[in-house]
Design a protein. Structure first.
Lengths: 660, 361
């Protein structure tokens, strides 16, 4: 007895010490807060001491622009060639010659492209997939979004191969050279994935102008990281025996990489490709702000004019495109993972690739037909429908009948929850925040994390963005909190009932592939612009990881442990609370972490619906092409993400270590 | 079995192996940990287990000396973690030894250039892996032809050769199947065919049958013996299964904690284990199948003989006959001259597990 007592005493003592430290720290911050009239510099960062980082960045960008224009211009020219080809092929028609007597080669016929989509689905996933993918394309055609959708698709089809090749080589480099991974690739990937999408656009806009090329470059940069990670992961997961085999077969280093390791890693690489495609779609939509055109531009225009019907239509076309691309690339990844099946060898191309040859034949025939029959060249107006009036009517009906209810809800939310919280956050002393976060970093991991966290937080203050930073933290925090409040219970339920899981899985799969833009549209129809809209759209966007990780975390608890609990006489409730939940906690925390990062990404995009935070700062900088302001605000957002990610990561690592 | 000569019969009786040495390890060490190379160099290639541990190093392979002769099946046997896999990887230089020499036909393998090593592996070494290590994106034919393709052979030549070995391992009709469509046994046949396609002189088999279930394992062991009678490769075979080792081996090296603690024929290990650890392994072995007439014979005492046996004949092969005859059998050498006799009582004692040397003492 005495032994256990003393043991528990020594174990609990550090916790008590930390408790005391935290009480003192909070008290100190409270004192600073109360004395803000005496110590104003500790609460609001003094304007006179703001470090003009934004100006420096602007100056740097100006220098680059004026001195490296030969480089940016040649990049534009080189990338413009394949891009123009893809745009012409899918959306715009080829023009040979100039003026009135130019000879026009038609773009691919929409009939042909739809048929190709059907066949592609059939080739990789059977009839069900072919109906889904083909149906999505047909939907786009019939609902009058063909040209915009093909513009978007053309951009993706050029950006994605670029991402894959770049990602592959970066991944190989990082895999070969551990120092490169540690010092260059990993930090770069972290930063690339936490910098908000908007912030990419500004330097691109400045360097490459308002054009599809700059949109494509922004897309390519944004969508490359998952390919790098997939390559590193795939290569490191190749069984060591296969590695040994390639050595024993006498492969040179190059033969080993290209003929053994990369083909063996193909399933993992294909998952990376799927993610690249989805991120590229997401970014192409957002890059419509700097001249990408396509569906994103339609949404943007409609939102700016508050034409919810049109926005909804274009948004749904994005959804259709996203689902088609996602399911198609996933099916390919899946069939890769399952492995090959032998077939009878046949000499004719047609027999070996029936779907491919048929698709090419149909494309050629319908496109040629398009020269003579206009219905093949462009979707005839007569067979398209528009649902815009329908959406408009629906919104009108809702507004007329439920206006009071919705308005009451909105106002109550603003007055009772959002405004007080906002006031609290915006008044929070910056020195206190730096101190408390640093303390948390020290407790969770040690001195290095403490310095990192404190420095990143301080950056937000000394660049004069403290108030906007806290506005972002407040909106992101409340959204992520509510998303977890909704998502974790759903995840728990899904983990306990297979039937419920079967219902939830397709829903969250679909939510996850939708570009962030799409979440704003329906919400803005009901709640108009403002913080409430931003919050609801963010919750819908960020709820997925909370559900997924919770479900996965509970389900991956080893069955042997659950059996052990049952055998020792636990009730189902005890098994759940004493065994499953504690063991799943690290995984759930990882989900919370992801939720926060996704909420942050979404909050920034919500600047379009009139938030007043860092996102708005970037948005304004974008419209003024003020690169310094935009990049600094973008960095501040990235730093919020990195601080949250590192603190949660350290916490999860600690919990994992404790559980062993 | 009361006197010393009876206990070590092979020292005098067995013919000496005169085949050339194909591969030899001379004081080979593989240590993991920082500054391992200096540690062992400073001690001139000598260190005890305690020294290694005290220096904070892990000794995966320690002071291994062995010689593998051309055409023999040399088995390295040990439990998991005993260093046998690391040792075989040192022999093929998949793992760079920390200290010592690995001699392939007398040349130090550790000194040759990378290009020469690639040449050597391409043409003279073959390896079979525990989990097959087949390439998932290639079919059987392409997998087997792969090492030939790496050498730059053209498609027709390499596929012709691949078909030859497919025939050899009995996989005809499966040429266009992919690995995941095959059973474990079939997959390992592909692995074996692939390693044979390059006509290697030395053949490393790293626990080739451990991932297979017992019935298939037995079938594959027979298959290996069949192939060996045709091909006469020098085989280095890793296993943790002592029964398998006894079935296949010409000689066995037993490893423990990175050291080779005994090398010998199965019979030597059973009759004369060097340590209790080896004795522990050999305890449950069916001795009649391992021990030969030579080990059990004594000098003729003039009594009548019921038959004759060769010195190398295993007891199991004549036990029924000698017990039925109830007379000693003469052990005769190649020229038909008797060199001793085996009594029915000795055979019965062996079968019953009675150890007279201990019972008498």
């Amino acid at each position: 007895m005495t032994v256990t007592a003393s043991a528990s005493e020594t174990r609990s003592r550090p916790i008590q010490v930390w408790l005391l430290v935290w009480v003192f720290a909070l008290a100190a911050v409270l004192v600073v807060f109360l004395l803000q009239d005496r110590l104003p510099w500790a609460v609001n960062y003094p304007a006179s001491a703001v470090v003009p980082v934004a100006d420096w960045v602007s100056a740097l960008m100006r220098w680059i622009k004026s001195n490296l224009s030969w480089l940016t211009r040649s990049i534009t020219a080189v990338l413009g060639v394949p891009l123009d080809f893809a745009l012409n092929l899918l959306a715009k028609n080829f023009k040979i010659g100039h003026g009135a007597d130019a000879y026009i080669l038609p773009r691919l016929s929409w009939v042909g492209v739809c048929a190709a989509a059907f066949l592609a689905g059939h080739a990789v996933g059977g009839r069900k997939l072919s109906l889904l993918v083909g149906g999505c394309f047909l939907y786009i055609a019939l609902f009058g979004q063909w040209t915009s959708a093909m513009l978007t698709l053309a951009l993706i089809s050029i950006a994605v191969p670029f991402c894959i090749v770049t990602g592959l080589f970066a991944g190989i480099w990082a895999w070969r050279k551990p120092w490169a991974e540690r010092l260059v690739v990993s930090p770069a990937l972290d930063l690339m994935q936490t910098i908000p999408t908007f912030a990419y656009l500004i330097p691109m806009l400045l360097l490459f102008g308002n054009s599809p090329v700059s949109a494509m470059i922004a897309t390519a940069i944004f969508a490359t990281p998952p390919m790098v990670r997939a390559t590193m992961l795939g290569l490191s997961r190749v069984p060591s025996e296969i590695d040994d085999f390639s050595e024993m077969a006498g492969c040179t280093a190059r033969q080993k990489l290209w003929r053994v390791l990369l083909p063996s890693a193909r399933p993992t690489l294909m998952i990376g490709v799927n993610q690249v495609i989805m991120l590229a779609l997401n970014m192409v939509i957002i890059a419509s702000m700097i001249g990408a055109g396509g569906l994103g531009y339609d949404v943007l225009l409609a939102l700016r004019a508050l034409k919810v019907g049109e926005a909804m239509e274009a948004g749904l076309a994005i959804v259709a495109l996203a689902i088609a691309l996602d399911r198609l690339s996933q099916a390919i990844a899946h069939s890769q993972a399952k492995g090959h099946v032998h077939q009878a060898i046949s000499p004719s191309l047609w027999r070996r690739y029936p779907n491919l040859t048929l698709a090419i034949a149909i494309l050629v025939v319908t496109t040629l037909l398009g020269l003579f029959v206009p219905a093949f060249a462009a979707v005839p107006k007569a067979i398209t429908f528009t649902t815009a009036p329908l959406w408009k009517a629906a919104v009108n009906w809702v507004t007329i009948n439920f206006f009071d209810m919705i308005e009451a809800f909105r106002v109550a939310l603003i007055l009772n929850l959002l405004n007080p919280l906002r006031a609290f956050c915006e008044g929070f002393p910056w020195l206190g925040a730096v101190f408390l976060l640093g303390l948390a970093g020290y407790q969770l991991s040690g001195f290095r994390l403490a310095v990192l966290v404190a420095a990143l937080t301080a950056f937000c203050a000394i660049t004069g963005l403290w108030e906007k930073t806290m506005a972002t933290v407040y909106l992101c925090g409340i959204s992520a909190f509510i998303a977890c409040l909704i998502g974790i219970p759903i995840g728990l339920m899904a983990s306990r009932s297979d039937r419920f899981e079967k219902i939830v899985t397709p829903v969250i799969d679909t939510l996850q592939v939708l570009p962030s833009f799409c979440f704003i549209i329906p919400v803005v129809m009901l709640f108009r612009v403002g913080d409430v809209t931003a919050m609801i759209a963010t919750i819908a966007f960020a709820v997925v990881p909370a559900i997924r990780y919770t479900n996965h975390g509970i389900r991956q608890v080893p069955p042997a442990l659950i059996e052990a609990a049952k055998v020792s006489g636990c009730t189902p409730r005890q098994t759940f609370f004493r065994v499953q939940l504690p063991l799943a906690l690290p995984e759930i925390m990882l989900g919370v972490n992801q939720t926060i990062l996704m909420a942050l990404a979404m909050i920034i995009i919500c600047a379009m619906v009139g938030t007043r935070d860092l996102g708005q700062e970037v948005f304004i900088a974008l419209s003024k092409a003020d690169s310094g302001r935009g990049i600094v605000a973008g960095l501040a957002i990235a730093f919020i993400g990195i601080v949250a990610d590192r603190l949660f990561g350290a916490w999860t690592a600690k919990a994992r270590a404790r559980l062993g | 079995m009361t006197d010393k000569t009876d206990r070590e019969p092979n020292a005098a009786g067995a013919p000496k192996d005169i085949r050339p040495i194909k591969l030899a390890c001379r004081n080979v060490w593989k240590l993991f940990g920082s500054n391992a190379a200096n540690f062992i160099r400073e001690r001139d290639g000598k260190a005890s287990m305690a020294d290694v541990t005290a220096a904070g190093l892990v000794g995966a392979v320690r002071a291994v000396d062995l010689e593998i002769r051309q055409g023999e099946i040399f088995i390295i046997m040990g439990l998991s973690g005993s260093g046998k896999s690391t040792l075989v990887r040192c022999m093929s230089r998949l793992v760079e030894p920390t200290h010592g020499k690995v001699e392939f036909e007398g040349n130090d393998l550790l000194k040759i250039s990378d290009a020469a090593l690639i040449e050597l592996r391409r043409h003279r070494m073959g390896m079979v892996f525990q989990n097959f290590a087949l390439l998932p994106h290639l079919n059987v034919l392409e997998n087997i032809a792969f090492p030939l393709g790496i050498q730059g052979q053209d498609r027709a030549t390499r596929e012709a050769r691949a078909r030859e070995v497919i025939e050899l391992v009995g996989l005809r009709g499966r040429e266009h199947f992919y690995p995941r469509e095959l059973s474990g046994g079939q997959q390992q046949r592909v692995g074996i065919a692939r390693s044979l396609a390059t006509k290697p002189e030395i053949w490393f088999l790293d626990e080739p049958f451990s991932a297979l279930d017992p019935l298939i394992r037995r079938e594959m062991q027979d298959e290996l013996m069949r192939l060996q009678t045709m091909l006469h490769k020098t085989i280095v075979f890793i296993t943790h299964d002592f029964d398998e080792a006894i079935r296949l081996a010409d000689r066995i090296a037993i490893m423990k904690d990175g050291e080779v603690i005994q090398i010998g024929t199965p019979e030597e290990l059973v009759v004369n284990p060097a340590t209790d650890y080896v004795a522990e392994f050999t305890r449950d072995v069916d001795r009649a199948k391992v021990i030969s007439a030579r080990s059990l014979m004594r000098a003729c005492d003039g009594s009548e003989h019921g038959g004759t046996v060769a010195p190398d004949a295993k007891i199991a092969s004549f036990s029924a006959g000698i017990v039925a005859a109830n007379k000693p059998f003469a052990v005769v050498n190649g020229t038909g001259k008797p060199i001793g006799e085996v009594t029915p009582q000795a055979v019965i004692d062996l079968l019953a597990g009675v150890d007279r040397s201990k019972a008498g003492a």
